[in-house]
Design a protein. Structure first.
Length: 289
């Protein structure tokens, strides 16, 4: 901890900022692609007037920091400042000696990599408590005073920036590739936010629920929650079991259930970003490394 901040979070926010900035310099700027949000504005300034994105990113965000700092909370605000400054620094560094990645003959690949790098970078920053300022802060203000959802505000802002880019420096084809990159980036952000690790939640209804629960706990060392259930047609009361297992444990779980009660009702569902004992904590409630 550093003044209440996690060193791990700071390091990963810096890492995410580097990935994000690398994508902007080597895929967006080299292939004449735009972007949404404040990043899109910095690219618009760059392509129209050759303003340095590293400087314009910082200049655009400073006033927003002063307006919205109290809505972020202390730690999120500090992480946001770190993320924003890091993006500007890395944008400057990567522009000094950029790699020549010639993808103009394959704009689909350029849009794909632009979206992936931006999505991975932002996803890491968001996952570890930071933001890159800009639209995120504006969206929080609009939500508080106008009642608009943050998603709606961010979508409209992105639409305005991309439309302006198409009307000024992007042709229609480049604009379409920009939309593709933005879409891919959004999906990658969601993936990282939800967690690359996906567990499975099992809902089990059986007349032999006690035996199934005992076997799951003994043989798999997984916890089981017992819920009170009642059939809507028969009115019969029956225990409903719920447990979460890793993807590699699904077959083992099904075999345990089938051995005890082949007629049990089992429903499996995807569970993202599991937190707790057996997944992120050990039996002593200490974080797993």
């Amino acid at each position: 901890m550093i003044f209440g901040l996690k060193l791990k979070n700071i390091v990963l926010i810096l890492f995410g900022s580097a990935i994000f900035s690398f994508g902007i310099v080597h895929f967006n700027m080299q292939n004449n692609l735009g972007e949404g949000g404040f990043t899109g504005i910095t690219l618009l300034f760059y392509f129209l007037w050759k303003w340095d994105p590293a400087i314009s990113n910082f200049v655009l965000n400073v006033p927003v920091f002063f307006i919205g700092w109290k809505f972020l909370g202390r730690n999120t605000f500090i992480y946001t400042v770190i993320g924003t400054l890091a993006v500007s620094v890395f944008l400057a560094i990567f522009q000094i000696n950029p790699f020549a990645i010639d993808l103009e003959s394959d704009m689909t690949l350029a849009a794909l990599f632009a979206g992936v790098f931006i999505g991975v970078g932002l996803g890491i920053i968001f996952r570890y408590g930071g933001t890159t300022g800009g639209v995120d802060i504006i969206a929080r203000l609009v939500n508080k005073y106008a009642g608009w959802s943050m998603g709606r505000t961010m979508f409209l802002f992105d639409l305005l920036v991309i439309s302006t880019s198409i009307a000024t420096y992007l042709d229609m084809v480049q604009g379409m590739y920009t939309l593709l990159a933005v879409y891919i980036g959004a999906r990658v952000i969601d993936f990282i936010q939800e967690g690359a690790y996906t567990a499975r939640g099992a809902t089990i209804i059986s007349s032999r629920s006690d035996q199934i629960a005992e076997s799951i706990m003994k043989e798999m060392d997984r916890g089981v929650t017992v819920l009170d259930g009642r059939g809507s047609f028969t009115g019969e009361k029956r225990d409903v079991l719920y447990c979460i297992v890793g993807r590699n444990e699904i077959v083992r779980l099904k075999n345990i259930i089938n051995d005890i009660d082949p007629h049990a009702f089992v429903a499996m569902s995807s569970v993202h970003d599991v937190v707790g004992e057996g997944f992120t904590l050990d039996e002593n409630k200490n974080p797993l490394e």
